[in-house]
Design a protein around this ligand. Sequence first.
Ligand code: AMP
Length: 217
Amino acid sequence: MKNLILIAAPGAGKGTLSHDLLSKYPYVHISTGDLLREQVAIGDELGLEIKKVQESGGLVSNEIVYKALENKLKDPKCNDGYILDGFPRNLEQAHEYDEILKRSNRDLGLVLLLEIPKEELIERITGRFTCSNCGEIHNIYNEELKPIKEGICNKCGGVLTQRKDDNLESFEKRYQTYLESTAPLIDFYKEKGVLYTIDSSKGHLNTLMQAEELLNK
Ligand code: AMP
């Protein structure tokens, strides 16, 4: 399977598309946001430092992210294909990732850009709840993803939790960070001829279908 990089503004559906792909294909999911949140959960000094940055909507320092990523890439399962969700987040990371690929003798694969109007992102972010047990993503503003019972996962009955940074203030900061730091990756990967655009405003199943068409090309 081809490795995938997902590029998207916060709330555009990177996590949901990853989750949908993982339910059908044996990819390894590498979410740098999740890896960093795992470090936060440990509660040490590094975790506290990361927590502050994540809650403010800024980017965690490159060195911390590279360490978490390289550690995860040591898993031999990654040799069969992985989804990079949330990395690279800026041009410096993209250049470093080229080096990481060279060092580990891996292919870049495909870069999928998820596009969606900004107005839709706000509801997606502020209404998003994730199952603490199975990771299923719900949204209280979306009929397809709405929890049937408040606070409870539709799939496994686990407890739903909301991310601390899923509020309007933090969204605006993360969106600005996306425009300034991450959006330049679009031209970077376009020039390499590996970038494909997906319209992610038509529901998660439609987004999955578009992604599968590209994977099977
Ligand atoms: P995400 O779960 O991808 O929305 O990431 C949540 C937060 O983790 C971001 O707002 C950043 O603070 C941090 N983060 C995730 N991935 C990266 C990255 N590649 N570089 C720097 N910070 C990151």
